[in-house]
Design a protein around this ligand. Structure first.
Ligand SMILES: Nc1ncnc2c1ncn2[C@@H]1O[C@H](COP(=O)(O)OP(=O)(O)O)[C@@H](O)[C@H]1O
Ligand SMILES: [Mg+2]
Length: 367
Protein backbone atom coordinates (compact mmCIF):
# COMPACT_ATOMS: atom_id res chain seq x y z
CA UNK A 1 0.00 0.00 0.00
CA UNK A 2 1.25 3.48 -0.76
CA UNK A 3 -0.11 6.94 0.00
CA UNK A 4 -0.40 8.83 -3.26
CA UNK A 5 -1.49 12.25 -2.05
CA UNK A 6 -3.01 14.34 0.68
CA UNK A 7 -5.35 17.33 0.59
CA UNK A 8 -5.97 19.53 3.61
CA UNK A 9 -8.53 22.28 4.18
CA UNK A 10 -8.47 24.52 7.26
CA UNK A 11 -6.25 22.03 9.03
CA UNK A 12 -3.69 23.38 11.59
CA UNK A 13 -1.71 26.09 9.75
CA UNK A 14 -2.85 24.95 6.27
CA UNK A 15 -5.78 26.78 4.63
CA UNK A 16 -5.47 24.62 1.52
CA UNK A 17 -2.81 22.07 0.73
CA UNK A 18 -2.44 19.49 -1.98
CA UNK A 19 0.70 17.37 -1.85
CA UNK A 20 1.68 14.14 -3.56
CA UNK A 21 4.14 11.58 -2.25
CA UNK A 22 6.64 9.44 -4.08
CA UNK A 23 6.39 5.68 -3.56
CA UNK A 24 9.99 5.85 -2.32
CA UNK A 25 11.16 8.69 -0.13
CA UNK A 26 9.60 12.13 0.16
CA UNK A 27 11.41 14.74 2.22
CA UNK A 28 9.71 17.76 3.77
CA UNK A 29 12.26 20.30 4.87
CA UNK A 30 12.02 23.78 6.30
CA UNK A 31 12.51 25.90 9.38
CA UNK A 32 10.81 25.16 12.67
CA UNK A 33 7.09 25.81 13.17
CA UNK A 34 6.32 25.89 9.42
CA UNK A 35 4.00 22.84 9.37
CA UNK A 36 6.18 19.82 8.57
CA UNK A 37 5.00 17.68 11.48
CA UNK A 38 1.42 18.78 10.84
CA UNK A 39 1.54 16.94 7.50
CA UNK A 40 2.78 13.74 9.15
CA UNK A 41 0.07 14.13 11.78
CA UNK A 42 -2.59 14.33 9.03
CA UNK A 43 -1.27 11.07 7.54
CA UNK A 44 -1.29 9.45 10.96
CA UNK A 45 -4.87 10.61 11.51
CA UNK A 46 -5.89 9.06 8.19
CA UNK A 47 -4.55 5.74 9.40
CA UNK A 48 -5.60 5.70 13.03
CA UNK A 49 -8.34 8.38 13.37
CA UNK A 50 -6.23 10.02 16.09
CA UNK A 51 -3.36 12.46 16.30
CA UNK A 52 -0.03 10.90 17.30
CA UNK A 53 0.20 13.71 19.85
CA UNK A 54 -3.22 12.90 21.30
CA UNK A 55 -4.53 16.35 20.27
CA UNK A 56 -8.31 16.78 20.28
CA UNK A 57 -10.03 17.42 16.92
CA UNK A 58 -11.09 20.93 17.89
CA UNK A 59 -7.44 21.93 18.44
CA UNK A 60 -6.39 20.48 15.09
CA UNK A 61 -8.92 22.57 13.16
CA UNK A 62 -7.31 25.76 11.86
CA UNK A 63 -7.50 28.68 14.31
CA UNK A 64 -10.77 30.55 13.91
CA UNK A 65 -12.36 27.82 11.72
CA UNK A 66 -15.19 25.45 12.64
CA UNK A 67 -14.25 22.42 10.62
CA UNK A 68 -11.48 20.89 8.68
CA UNK A 69 -11.04 18.29 5.93
CA UNK A 70 -8.34 15.73 5.36
CA UNK A 71 -8.45 13.74 2.13
CA UNK A 72 -5.96 10.95 1.62
CA UNK A 73 -5.59 9.00 -1.60
CA UNK A 74 -3.97 5.59 -1.40
CA UNK A 75 -3.22 2.79 -3.80
CA UNK A 76 -3.06 -0.90 -3.16
CA UNK A 77 -2.55 -3.51 -5.87
CA UNK A 78 -3.53 -0.98 -8.52
CA UNK A 79 -6.75 0.03 -6.78
CA UNK A 80 -7.16 3.61 -5.57
CA UNK A 81 -9.02 4.42 -2.39
CA UNK A 82 -10.01 7.81 -1.02
CA UNK A 83 -10.27 8.43 2.70
CA UNK A 84 -12.22 11.51 3.60
CA UNK A 85 -12.09 12.85 7.12
CA UNK A 86 -14.23 15.73 8.27
CA UNK A 87 -13.26 17.16 11.66
CA UNK A 88 -15.82 19.26 13.51
CA UNK A 89 -15.27 21.53 16.49
CA UNK A 90 -18.00 20.23 18.76
CA UNK A 91 -19.10 16.94 17.27
CA UNK A 92 -17.28 13.75 16.49
CA UNK A 93 -15.54 13.39 13.17
CA UNK A 94 -17.15 11.92 10.08
CA UNK A 95 -15.10 9.50 8.00
CA UNK A 96 -15.91 8.18 4.54
CA UNK A 97 -14.01 5.62 2.50
CA UNK A 98 -14.68 5.98 -1.23
CA UNK A 99 -17.71 8.15 -0.40
CA UNK A 100 -19.22 5.51 1.94
CA UNK A 101 -19.64 6.85 5.46
CA UNK A 102 -18.24 4.66 8.22
CA UNK A 103 -20.58 3.89 11.11
CA UNK A 104 -17.70 3.88 13.57
CA UNK A 105 -14.33 5.62 13.32
CA UNK A 106 -12.60 2.36 14.31
CA UNK A 107 -13.70 0.78 11.01
CA UNK A 108 -10.96 2.82 9.36
CA UNK A 109 -8.16 0.92 11.07
CA UNK A 110 -6.16 -1.46 8.95
CA UNK A 111 -6.54 0.40 5.64
CA UNK A 112 -3.31 2.37 6.12
CA UNK A 113 -0.59 1.09 8.42
CA UNK A 114 1.79 3.70 9.74
CA UNK A 115 4.99 3.50 11.71
CA UNK A 116 5.64 6.91 13.24
CA UNK A 117 9.16 7.59 14.45
CA UNK A 118 9.90 10.78 16.38
CA UNK A 119 12.86 11.89 18.52
CA UNK A 120 10.89 11.00 21.67
CA UNK A 121 10.91 7.36 20.54
CA UNK A 122 14.68 7.35 21.01
CA UNK A 123 14.05 7.75 24.76
CA UNK A 124 11.57 4.91 24.97
CA UNK A 125 13.97 2.61 26.84
CA UNK A 126 15.22 5.33 29.17
CA UNK A 127 11.78 6.71 30.03
CA UNK A 128 9.13 5.25 32.31
CA UNK A 129 6.79 2.28 31.68
CA UNK A 130 3.99 4.55 30.41
CA UNK A 131 6.04 5.33 27.27
CA UNK A 132 6.66 1.64 26.58
CA UNK A 133 2.98 0.81 27.08
CA UNK A 134 2.09 3.66 24.72
CA UNK A 135 4.44 2.24 22.09
CA UNK A 136 2.82 -1.20 22.31
CA UNK A 137 -0.70 0.24 22.42
CA UNK A 138 -0.20 2.55 19.42
CA UNK A 139 0.96 -0.38 17.31
CA UNK A 140 -1.48 -2.97 18.63
CA UNK A 141 -4.48 -0.66 18.18
CA UNK A 142 -3.56 -0.34 14.50
CA UNK A 143 -2.99 -4.06 14.04
CA UNK A 144 -5.86 -5.46 16.03
CA UNK A 145 -9.38 -4.01 16.31
CA UNK A 146 -10.23 -6.34 19.19
CA UNK A 147 -7.26 -4.99 21.11
CA UNK A 148 -8.50 -1.44 20.56
CA UNK A 149 -11.96 -2.45 21.74
CA UNK A 150 -10.62 -4.22 24.84
CA UNK A 151 -8.27 -1.37 25.70
CA UNK A 152 -10.96 1.31 25.33
CA UNK A 153 -13.30 -0.66 27.58
CA UNK A 154 -10.58 -1.42 30.10
CA UNK A 155 -9.63 2.26 30.34
CA UNK A 156 -13.26 3.31 30.76
CA UNK A 157 -13.77 0.80 33.57
CA UNK A 158 -10.56 1.82 35.31
CA UNK A 159 -11.69 5.43 35.45
CA UNK A 160 -15.18 4.45 36.65
CA UNK A 161 -13.71 2.12 39.27
CA UNK A 162 -11.29 4.83 40.44
CA UNK A 163 -14.18 7.25 40.81
CA UNK A 164 -16.03 4.63 42.85
CA UNK A 165 -12.97 4.11 45.07
CA UNK A 166 -13.01 7.84 45.85
CA UNK A 167 -16.76 7.72 46.59
CA UNK A 168 -16.34 4.72 48.95
CA UNK A 169 -14.33 6.86 51.38
CA UNK A 170 -17.45 9.05 51.78
CA UNK A 171 -20.01 6.28 51.53
CA UNK A 172 -18.57 2.88 52.65
CA UNK A 173 -21.77 1.02 51.65
CA UNK A 174 -20.75 1.42 47.99
CA UNK A 175 -17.97 -1.12 48.55
CA UNK A 176 -20.38 -3.91 47.54
CA UNK A 177 -20.58 -2.58 43.99
CA UNK A 178 -16.84 -2.98 43.35
CA UNK A 179 -17.19 -6.61 42.27
CA UNK A 180 -19.36 -5.64 39.29
CA UNK A 181 -16.49 -3.57 37.91
CA UNK A 182 -13.89 -6.16 38.84
CA UNK A 183 -15.48 -8.91 36.75
CA UNK A 184 -15.40 -6.72 33.67
CA UNK A 185 -11.92 -5.45 34.42
CA UNK A 186 -10.57 -9.00 34.55
CA UNK A 187 -12.35 -9.93 31.34
CA UNK A 188 -10.94 -7.01 29.27
CA UNK A 189 -7.63 -6.84 31.16
CA UNK A 190 -6.79 -10.51 30.57
CA UNK A 191 -7.22 -10.11 26.83
CA UNK A 192 -4.92 -7.08 26.85
CA UNK A 193 -2.31 -9.03 28.79
CA UNK A 194 -2.42 -11.98 26.40
CA UNK A 195 -1.99 -9.74 23.36
CA UNK A 196 0.84 -7.76 24.92
CA UNK A 197 2.65 -10.99 25.78
CA UNK A 198 2.35 -12.18 22.17
CA UNK A 199 3.50 -8.76 20.93
CA UNK A 200 6.62 -8.84 23.12
CA UNK A 201 7.43 -12.33 21.83
CA UNK A 202 6.93 -11.30 18.21
CA UNK A 203 8.96 -8.09 18.53
CA UNK A 204 11.55 -9.95 20.59
CA UNK A 205 12.25 -12.39 17.76
CA UNK A 206 12.82 -9.60 15.24
CA UNK A 207 14.72 -7.10 17.39
CA UNK A 208 17.49 -9.60 18.15
CA UNK A 209 18.68 -9.50 14.55
CA UNK A 210 18.59 -5.70 14.19
CA UNK A 211 20.27 -5.04 17.50
CA UNK A 212 23.04 -7.51 16.86
CA UNK A 213 23.83 -5.83 13.54
CA UNK A 214 23.57 -2.30 14.95
CA UNK A 215 25.91 -3.12 17.81
CA UNK A 216 28.47 -4.71 15.50
CA UNK A 217 27.67 -8.21 16.77
CA UNK A 218 28.58 -7.29 20.35
CA UNK A 219 25.14 -7.18 21.95
CA UNK A 220 22.33 -9.67 22.38
CA UNK A 221 18.98 -8.16 23.27
CA UNK A 222 15.95 -9.76 24.91
CA UNK A 223 12.53 -8.10 25.12
CA UNK A 224 10.05 -9.45 27.63
CA UNK A 225 6.57 -8.59 28.69
CA UNK A 226 6.52 -7.59 32.35
CA UNK A 227 2.89 -7.82 33.43
CA UNK A 228 1.84 -6.06 36.59
CA UNK A 229 -0.70 -8.77 37.40
CA UNK A 230 -0.36 -12.49 36.98
CA UNK A 231 -2.68 -13.65 34.20
CA UNK A 232 -3.75 -16.79 36.09
CA UNK A 233 -4.36 -15.03 39.42
CA UNK A 234 -5.51 -11.64 38.18
CA UNK A 235 -8.99 -11.84 39.75
CA UNK A 236 -7.57 -12.92 43.12
CA UNK A 237 -4.91 -10.21 43.06
CA UNK A 238 -7.55 -7.61 42.31
CA UNK A 239 -9.72 -8.87 45.17
CA UNK A 240 -6.88 -8.98 47.67
CA UNK A 241 -5.72 -5.46 46.82
CA UNK A 242 -9.17 -3.98 47.50
CA UNK A 243 -8.33 -2.46 50.86
CA UNK A 244 -5.16 -0.98 49.44
CA UNK A 245 -7.11 0.40 46.45
CA UNK A 246 -9.69 2.01 48.73
CA UNK A 247 -6.95 3.71 50.78
CA UNK A 248 -5.08 4.81 47.65
CA UNK A 249 -8.37 5.77 45.93
CA UNK A 250 -7.13 4.12 42.75
CA UNK A 251 -6.70 0.71 41.15
CA UNK A 252 -3.22 -0.51 42.00
CA UNK A 253 -3.16 -3.81 40.07
CA UNK A 254 -3.57 -4.53 36.38
CA UNK A 255 -2.27 -3.96 32.85
CA UNK A 256 -2.46 -0.16 33.19
CA UNK A 257 0.76 -0.65 35.17
CA UNK A 258 2.48 -3.10 32.82
CA UNK A 259 5.98 -2.74 31.48
CA UNK A 260 8.29 -4.33 28.92
CA UNK A 261 11.84 -5.20 29.89
CA UNK A 262 14.89 -4.77 27.66
CA UNK A 263 17.98 -6.78 28.55
CA UNK A 264 21.28 -6.52 26.73
CA UNK A 265 23.80 -9.27 27.45
CA UNK A 266 21.78 -10.04 30.58
CA UNK A 267 21.68 -6.46 31.90
CA UNK A 268 18.47 -4.45 32.29
CA UNK A 269 19.25 -1.47 30.07
CA UNK A 270 16.21 0.49 31.25
CA UNK A 271 18.14 1.14 34.46
CA UNK A 272 21.74 0.24 33.75
CA UNK A 273 22.22 0.82 30.03
CA UNK A 274 24.45 3.55 28.66
CA UNK A 275 22.63 6.22 26.70
CA UNK A 276 24.15 4.82 23.50
CA UNK A 277 22.83 1.34 24.29
CA UNK A 278 19.39 2.70 25.07
CA UNK A 279 19.25 4.64 21.81
CA UNK A 280 20.52 1.70 19.76
CA UNK A 281 17.85 -0.51 21.34
CA UNK A 282 15.18 2.14 20.64
CA UNK A 283 16.22 2.33 16.99
CA UNK A 284 16.21 -1.49 16.74
CA UNK A 285 12.74 -1.46 18.27
CA UNK A 286 11.32 0.94 15.68
CA UNK A 287 12.90 -1.05 12.85
CA UNK A 288 11.39 -4.22 14.32
CA UNK A 289 8.01 -2.54 14.39
CA UNK A 290 8.18 -2.02 10.60
CA UNK A 291 9.15 -5.66 10.11
CA UNK A 292 6.37 -6.91 12.39
CA UNK A 293 3.72 -4.86 10.58
CA UNK A 294 4.96 -6.27 7.26
CA UNK A 295 4.71 -9.77 8.61
CA UNK A 296 1.29 -9.46 10.24
CA UNK A 297 -0.44 -7.45 7.52
CA UNK A 298 1.28 -8.90 4.44
CA UNK A 299 1.77 -5.33 3.33
CA UNK A 300 4.39 -2.64 3.79
CA UNK A 301 3.58 0.13 6.26
CA UNK A 302 4.30 3.79 5.54
CA UNK A 303 7.18 5.09 7.61
CA UNK A 304 7.04 8.64 8.96
CA UNK A 305 10.35 9.95 10.29
CA UNK A 306 9.75 13.18 12.16
CA UNK A 307 13.06 14.99 12.64
CA UNK A 308 14.89 11.86 13.78
CA UNK A 309 17.86 11.88 11.42
CA UNK A 310 19.48 14.87 13.10
CA UNK A 311 19.22 13.00 16.41
CA UNK A 312 21.33 10.08 15.18
CA UNK A 313 25.05 9.79 14.56
CA UNK A 314 26.28 9.09 11.07
CA UNK A 315 26.50 5.30 11.36
CA UNK A 316 23.00 4.99 12.83
CA UNK A 317 21.65 7.39 10.20
CA UNK A 318 23.16 5.21 7.52
CA UNK A 319 21.79 2.05 9.04
CA UNK A 320 18.29 3.48 9.32
CA UNK A 321 18.29 4.81 5.75
CA UNK A 322 19.60 1.45 4.47
CA UNK A 323 16.88 -0.44 6.31
CA UNK A 324 14.10 1.60 4.75
CA UNK A 325 14.43 -0.45 1.55
CA UNK A 326 11.06 -0.74 -0.20
CA UNK A 327 9.09 1.04 2.54
CA UNK A 328 7.40 4.27 1.46
CA UNK A 329 8.84 6.97 3.71
CA UNK A 330 8.08 10.59 4.49
CA UNK A 331 10.88 12.38 6.31
CA UNK A 332 10.84 15.80 7.94
CA UNK A 333 14.03 17.72 8.67
CA UNK A 334 15.33 21.26 8.86
CA UNK A 335 18.13 20.77 6.33
CA UNK A 336 19.26 18.31 3.70
CA UNK A 337 22.92 17.92 4.75
CA UNK A 338 22.40 14.48 6.29
CA UNK A 339 21.17 13.06 2.99
CA UNK A 340 24.00 14.59 1.00
CA UNK A 341 26.53 13.34 3.56
CA UNK A 342 25.16 9.79 3.51
CA UNK A 343 24.73 9.82 -0.24
CA UNK A 344 21.09 8.88 0.21
CA UNK A 345 18.69 9.19 -2.69
CA UNK A 346 15.58 11.27 -2.15
CA UNK A 347 12.80 10.81 -4.68
CA UNK A 348 10.82 13.97 -3.98
CA UNK A 349 11.51 17.10 -1.95
CA UNK A 350 9.24 19.84 -0.69
CA UNK A 351 10.18 22.96 1.16
CA UNK A 352 7.58 23.78 3.79
CA UNK A 353 7.14 27.45 4.61
CA UNK A 354 4.34 28.87 6.70
CA UNK A 355 1.65 26.38 5.69
CA UNK A 356 2.71 26.07 2.04
CA UNK A 357 4.54 23.22 0.32
CA UNK A 358 6.86 24.07 -2.55
CA UNK A 359 8.03 21.17 -4.73
CA UNK A 360 11.77 21.36 -5.39
CA UNK A 361 13.08 20.18 -8.69
CA UNK A 362 16.70 21.35 -8.40
CA UNK A 363 19.61 19.12 -7.54
CA UNK A 364 19.63 18.67 -3.76
CA UNK A 365 23.22 19.74 -3.41
CA UNK A 366 22.26 23.14 -4.81
CA UNK A 367 19.62 23.85 -2.15
N1 LIG B 1 -5.02 24.52 15.14
C1 LIG B 1 -4.08 25.27 14.54
N2 LIG B 1 -4.43 26.24 13.67
C2 LIG B 1 -3.50 27.00 13.03
N3 LIG B 1 -2.17 26.84 13.21
C3 LIG B 1 -1.76 25.88 14.05
C4 LIG B 1 -2.69 25.04 14.76
N4 LIG B 1 -1.97 24.18 15.52
C5 LIG B 1 -0.68 24.46 15.29
N5 LIG B 1 -0.54 25.47 14.43
C6 LIG B 1 0.71 26.08 13.91
O1 LIG B 1 1.47 25.07 13.27
C7 LIG B 1 2.85 25.41 13.40
C8 LIG B 1 3.64 24.20 13.90
O2 LIG B 1 3.60 23.22 12.93
P1 LIG B 1 4.57 21.97 12.98
O3 LIG B 1 4.10 21.07 11.91
O4 LIG B 1 4.65 21.41 14.35
O5 LIG B 1 5.96 22.66 12.60
P2 LIG B 1 7.32 21.98 12.17
O6 LIG B 1 7.59 22.50 10.79
O7 LIG B 1 8.31 22.54 13.15
O8 LIG B 1 7.20 20.51 12.26
C9 LIG B 1 2.97 26.53 14.37
O9 LIG B 1 3.22 27.70 13.63
C10 LIG B 1 1.60 26.58 15.02
O10 LIG B 1 1.23 27.88 15.41
MG1 LIG C 1 8.16 19.26 13.66
Amino acid sequence: MIIKSLELTDYRNYDELSISFDEGTTVLFGDNAQGKTNILEALYLSATTKSHKGTKDRDIIGFGKNESHIRTYIEKEGIETKIDMHLRADRSKVIAVDETKLKKAAELLGIINIVFFSPEDLSIIKNGPAERRRFADMELCQLDKFYLYNLNNYNKIISQRNKLLKDISLEPGLRETLSIWDTQLVSYGSKIMERRKAFADQIGDIIRIYHEKLSGGKEKIEVRYEPNADLDNYADQLASSRQKDISAKMTTVGPHRDDFSFEVNGIDIRKFGSQGQQRTAALSLKLSEIELVKKLTNDTPVLLLDDVLSELDSSRQNYLLDCIGDVQTVITCTGLDDFVKNNFKINRTYQITNGKADLKTEDLCQI
